[in-house]
Ligand binder design. Structure first.
Ligand code: 3H9
Length: 643
């Protein structure tokens, strides 16, 4: 039964059971609609507790219904009906009350939450605004400022914060059902609070709203839903309830049909499908209870931090004591940064470090389940590492390389158990970036591959399987993107115009600013390496700059100039002079032309990658671009955008 009713004396308990996340499909909406009628007509009932079975309270509207015509009872009507029920309802929240789920909770007269629960209105992350009074009731419940934060960021609030803002009435621990029933009994002894729709709301002045608009527009970088949500909230603060409701509903329906919402829904489901690809079949992942990282540089320390964040004990290996200390310092500075940003307490950061054993002796690894190598990108160096790992690790340990450009088959040569070897390509900073490219070799066993995917789940990462080629999926597309951007420069488009066009498209940075930040020398050295091994690699504009000592921000200039201590790029005369001979005059391109050219190049490379079997499906490529390379999420990725 999706909705069932039990009785505890004069309190009725309505249980919603609609796995996996109690989404508000038509059957559930109808079930709740009918329950209101049944319980209002039941003279033995004085109050109602609404509770959910399974992992969470109602997590929102059923997103799979969004492409279809809405079927009654509509959610806004259900929320009104709950609010108008003669018997007061108490929402008992565990897990997350999100979107329509929180709107249902706001239809209830009271909200009681477990201390581990959270509440939120994440609709803007799906390209829409709340469609069942979220923008209209929230300011009446918790004030305009809290409502603006909740609705325009889409980020849920933890129970304690929700309580302090008045979004919930009580936070409890232990047995939620018993606590909520007790809460309902006590509530009946006092006068009921007004239903939320009848509560007053005070609007801040016009200047405040303008400031919000500016801040949100800057953050949104082209995404429309957060600004439209702000409009709805302003309407709710300044106009009567019913006018604001009509405006919210119209905005919700309009945005639901928008391209941005379609793109965001597509990414939402792609993300959820990624950890469980069908081709893994019934291969069982190995249980990973301990991990080690070889190399304590930026990447190695980031990977170690990600493993510690997931609760795994970590062994960090470096080549000598000095390097061990440097590695530990890198790791500590990651956790210190987290403390500064309020993400970890001092005690938690200390516990993270306590779970790390560091040293230079590979014998430390004799009982480790998983080892990830993150040393210098040099085949000889990596092979030497794996030769030692092959000798010291347990025969059933999984051995992984974090290489970004080298052929994992060559790295694995000579390993006693090649079936246990796999590429796990993290993105820097590895404790932050969500993407994990998983690169099996032909010898990798299904069990090892399944373990790579399971590890991604443990680390909270989005796994995408990639075949072996130069740069795998992400860096191969990046190379093509940069090459196309250089082609535009050669044909006369100003460097700054190209960067501005890509920012206008939704990237945080354009291709040249990004290279200046990361350093032009890394890709240069790779090309030089390829040239040295006899490959025919054409001279790039970036090569000309590096040869002239312009490696990016770290050398005071790359594509742009930088004043000391200032990271803002200034068009560079030196760069213009160095490249002058390479540049001809081509047709003037609009920002849209530029973005179309560059994103089309990415999609073309994506199609080649699919044709070669390097990526298994277009959505994998889009996940790589969105989570590893800053492709605007609301555009869905290059493959989605190309249609
Ligand atoms: C909304 O409410 C609009 C209203 O304002 C107005 C309406 C008029 N629908 O994430 P998980 C599936 S907009 C359908 O791995 P977790 C998901 O695809 C909605 N399906 O679990 C997956 O399926 P499968 C606002 C959904 O425990 C399975 O559930 N709400 C929905 O890591 C498990 O998902 C949101 O945006 C859905 N709404 O996390 C909340 N949600 O097993 C979105 C999930 O077949 N959901 N599925 O792959 C979440 O944030 C997380 O799912 C949640 C649980 C935190 C709840």
């Amino acid at each position: 039964m999706t909705v069932s009713i039990q009785h505890e004396g004069e309190i009725a308990v309505v249980t919603v059971d609609n796995p996996p996340v109690n989404a508000l499909g038509q059957t559930l909406r109808q079930g709740l609609w009918d329950a209101v009628g049944t319980l209002d007509a039941d003279a033995s009932v004085r109050a109602v507790v609404l509770i959910c079975a399974g992992r969470t309270f109602i997590a929102g509207a059923d997103v799979t219904e969004f492409g279809k015509p809405p079927v009654p009872p509509h959610l806004p009507d259900l929320v009104d009906r709950l609010e108008q029920a003669v018997k007061p309802w108490v929402a008992a929240i565990h897990g997350s009350a999100l979107g329509g789920g929180f709107e249902v909770a706001m239809g209830c007269r009271f909200r009681v939450a477990l201390d581990s629960a959270s509440v939120g209105l994440p609709e803007v992350t799906l390209g829409i605004v709340p469609g069942a009074s979220g923008t209209v009731r929230t300011p009446r419940l918790a004030g305009v400022e809290a409502a603006v934060e909740l609705v325009t960021t889409g980020r849920p609030f933890k129970a304690a914060k929700a309580l302090s803002l008045g979004l919930v009435d009580a936070v409890v621990t232990g047995d939620l059902r018993a606590e909520a029933v007790a809460f309902a009994r006590t509530a009946l002894t006092q006068p009921l609070p007004q239903p939320i729709s009848a509560r007053p709301v005070t609007s801040p002045d016009a200047g405040w709203w303008e400031e919000q608009r500016k801040a949100i527009a800057k953050r949104a970088k082209g995404e429309i839903a957060p600004l439209r949500a702000l409009d709805c909230l302003r309407m709710a603060a300044e106009k009567p309830f019913s006018d604001a409701m009509a405006h919210e509903r119209a905005t919700f329906l309009e945005l639901r049909a928008s391209n941005q919402a379609a793109a965001l829904r597509y990414i939402f489901f792609a993300e959820r499908g990624a950890p469980k690809p069908a081709h893994l079949g019934d291969a069982k992942p190995r249980n990973i209870r301990s991990a080690a990282v070889i190399g304590g540089g930026t990447m190695g320390a980031g990977i170690a931090a990600a493993l510690r964040d997931a609760g795994l004990p970590v062994i960090l290996i470096e080549r000598d004591d000095e390097a061990v200390q440097r590695g530990l310092a890198n790791l500590r500075s990651i956790f210190d940064g987290a403390v500064k940003r309020g993400k970890l307490t001092e005690a938690q950061a200390g516990a993270r470090m306590d779970g790390v054993t560091a040293g230079s002796d590979y014998a430390l690894l004799s009982d480790t389940d998983l080892v990830i190598e993150a040393v210098f990108e040099d085949l000889t160096v990596k092979r030497a590492v794996f030769a030692q790992l092959g000798q010291t690790c347990r025969a059933d340990a999984i051995l992984a390389t974090n290489t970004s450009y080298l052929d994992p088959r060559l790295i694995a040569e000579g390993l006693p158990r090649p079936d246990r070897f796999i590429g796990l390509h993290f993105f820097s900073p590895a404790n932050v970036m969500k993407l994990l490219e998983i690169v099996p070799t032909p010898a990798t066993s299904p069990e090892t591959l399944a373990t790579g995917f399971a590890l991604a789940r443990t680390l909270g990462k989005i796994p995408v399987q990639a075949g072996i080629c130069d740069g795998f999926i992400g860096n191969r597309i990046l190379k093509r993107y940069r090459a196309e951007a250089e082609t535009l420069v050669r044909r006369g488009s100003p460097i700054a115009a190209i960067d501005a066009a890509m920012r206008a498209y939704g990237f945080a940075m354009g291709p040249f600013e990004a290279q200046d930040l990361g350093g032009l020398d890394i890709a240069f050295l790779q090309r030089e390496g390829a040239r040295a091994s006899g490959q025919d690699v054409a001279e790039t504009l970036g090569d000309i700059l590096v040869r002239a000592g312009r490696k990016g921000q770290k050398t005071g200039g790359g594509w742009y100039d930088y004043a000391p201590g200032d990271r803002s790029p200034k068009p560079s005369e030196s760069t213009a002079n160095l490249l002058a001979e390479q540049i001809s005059t081509g047709p003037a391109l609009t920002p849209e032309d530029i973005a179309t050219r560059l994103t089309k190049a990415m999609a073309d490379e994506g199609r080649a990658i699919l044709a070669e079997g390097i990526a298994l499906k277009p959505s994998d490529i889009d996940l790589v671009e969105v989570h590893g390379y800053g492709y605007p999420r609301w555009r869905g990725g290059p493959m989605f955008a190309a249609g």
